[in-house]
Design a protein around this ligand. Sequence first.
Ligand code: ZN
Length: 271
Amino acid sequence: MLLSKAEATAKKILAEFGLNEIGILTSTELQTIIQARGAYYEEVELKGMDGRIVTVLGKSVISINKNIHSIGKKRFTAAHELGHFELHKNTQPPADTPYELCNWYQLGSHEKEANDFASELLMPTSLFVQECKGKKFGPQLIKQLAETFQVTHTAVILKVLKANIHPICVIAAKDNKIKWWKLSQSMESADHDFIPGWTKYKIRITSNLPPPPDSVMGQFFKSAENKSLETLQEIDKSTWFLTHPKDNPIMFEYCNYIRDYDFGLSVIWED
Ligand SMILES: [Zn+2]
């Protein structure tokens, strides 16, 4: 798989510290890397944001909100800020709010780069692929990967998409409006197998319109208070896609809903 500049930078840093491909970066190692690269790391009270990096007179301070309860989120935020430090030295990136960190594809290129960097630092592609080998794709695998790599479900889902572990479609919506979607692309796997993408399917949604009411995501926006924050359901393919009579109509949709910012991220796949 071709690595972006952000991913290659993360890989290079892991190698520099002798941490490449030997296992998952611990939180202590992550903080050690940040300090050794030359930024100060602190966990402090931050209003309305998860993290930020401030550089004054050549000295950078990475601050992470100490009230973030999820270890995965804390680690991802720290790695994201390190990404800004490594990649965007001469700019002052805006503070990162919780919503921005899950809204991967709708942000400016600097935010996407910092996320790509964090993703590769915490989930090196080769380890991630190994970890997925021979396992059936579904919520169980997403949870297991989040546990193994100590990252959020969102980060895992987007890595599955990027590393093409299984053909999927990822859809994000906020305030009952579709914000972005991505389908797996065809690619060559690490061991030179051809993996077909999902571009053969035509998605039936429009940016800034509500998700289909019969989708799992649509049901969350209708009545979020009555639901658990994640749901898996079998759906009919026509819910999200244009169908052809010969198609297998069965698909699965797994939606993670974050009530605090009325944000939903759905992943859709076939068996
Ligand atoms: Zn950022």
